[in-house]
Design a protein around this ligand. Structure first.
Ligand SMILES: O=C(O)c1ccccc1N[C@@H]1O[C@H](COP(=O)(O)O)[C@@H](O)[C@H]1O
Length: 213
């Protein structure tokens, strides 16, 4: 089965178009004020209108309240909520019921013991997104281009379908997939020239690399 891809943190028609044209299965919009990739709802709506139906729209949110989720889902027609904060399983389940859309729960990973948190979401999420844990003092819980030790996933019994994230780019993708066996991969910083500035050539190279795995 081919490796599926998500290009996250898109914010311009050109880079969104590159992700779609080169075969991304998922595109991600970040709704988090501290992020250099943050979108307001009007901009998200304008970008979402450009996305063909076969490409799934993922909204990245961090500990959002109901009103904020309502606005993001309505504006962008989201198919999936990527919960990238400290949302407990109960909160993820409430959001899944309230919106009737997919839930991906990000699990921050630095040590093998961190993986145990994934099982708590068995009845509350569709996918686990393993991402590198960012430093305690960081403004962002993700999107910093950090990778974790992929060998930590070796032999791990995943409680749910899952995706690999954190510091992936066209050069390290083959190794990352080889070590982990991931069949869904996610990148943001790895297809940028600077934080928040996506690059169409890097997007194309990442998706080309994934298509050869
Ligand atoms: O990208 C952000 O700014 C961001 C903000 C808040 C939560 C998550 C965020 N990014 C997500 O983190 C992973 C890994 O990103 P990277 O490839 O290491 O840069 C990815 O899902 C981003 O969308």
């Amino acid at each position: 089965m081919p490796v599926q891809t998500k290009i996250c943190g898109l914010s311009t028609p050109e880079t969104l178009g590159a992700a779609v044209a080169h075969g991304a299965a998922y595109v991600g919009f970040v709704f988090f004020a501290k992020s250099p990739r943050n979108l307001d709802f009007d901009r998200a709506a304008a970008l979402a209108a450009l996305i063909p139906g076969h490409v799934r729209k993922v909204g990245v949110l961090v500990n959002p309240d109901d009103a904020f989720v309502d606005r993001a889902v309505a504006a962008a027609g989201l198919d999936i909520l990527q919960l990238h904060g400290a949302e407990p399983p109960e909160r993820a389940a409430v959001l899944a019921r309230r919106h009737g859309i997919g839930i991906w729960k990000a699990i921050p990973v630095k040590a093998r013991a961190d993986l145990a948190a994934a099982a708590r979401y068995r009845d509350a999420a569709d996918h686990i997104l393993y991402d590198a844990k960012t430093p305690d003092e960081a403004d962002l819980p993700g999107g910093m281009g950090l990778r974790f030790d992929w060998h930590l996933l070796e032999g791990f019994r995943h409680p749910l379908p899952w995706a690999l994230s954190g510091g992936l780019d066209a050069r390290n993708l083959a190794e990352a997939v080889g070590v982990t066996g991931a069949d869904l991969v996610d990148t943001s910083s790895g297809v940028e020239t600077s934080p928040g500035v996506k690059d169409v050539d890097k997007i194309a190279a990442f998706l080309q690399s994934a298509s050869q795995l």
